[in-house]
Design a protein around this ligand. Sequence first.
Ligand SMILES: Cc1cc2nc3c(=O)[nH]c(=O)nc-3n(C[C@H](O)[C@H](O)[C@H](O)COP(=O)(O)O)c2cc1C
Length: 162
Amino acid sequence: MCCAADGIEAVRAELVEPFLAAGWAVGVTATPTAYRWLTALGAVRPIEELTGLPLRHVPRLPGEDKPHPVPDGYLVAPATANTVAKLALGIADNQALTQLCEGLGGGLPVVVAPRVNAAHAGHPAWDGHLRTLRGAGVTVVTDPAWAAVRAAVGDLGSGTGR
Ligand SMILES: Cc1cc2nc3c(=O)[nH]c(=O)nc-3n(C[C@H](O)[C@H](O)[C@H](O)COP(=O)(O)O)c2cc1C
């Protein structure tokens, strides 16, 4: 899951490519704003070509097949303050949040790597949102380094072929 936050330009090189190289199957879903940013960066097609899957950003129509395989878990990176707050509250008003809310409620592993500035982190509800997510079993990665984000997902070297 990809949000409209600083670092979005590095998602392909720092997340998609390393996970694919480690043997994972990767499907990327972006928030509507993140999709606009990825489009402006010219990053949508390269990510789709690498993953072999459409980059999801809008809900499917009733009756349409799901364009991604059933996931084993979700990584939200970079995660905005907005998406973190909505996920903690169970708000599913876009495709990324719909998948995340269902995944969290359904017991899938979820890793969230927030990229927020001090002002967002200073919002009175921020700490409560993180507590809610951690209490639900979500791994929150506070280290902004991409290596730390990858490590939180699991042993990339194992190539488990997910
Ligand atoms: C240039 C720019 C950089 C931004 N960087 C961040 C960021 O690093 N973290 C964040 O939480 N919001 C950031 N924002 C604000 C989000 O893009 C905004 O809250 C947006 O509504 C988030 O939408 P999403 O959560 O659906 O992706 C930034 C906005 C702009 C214009």
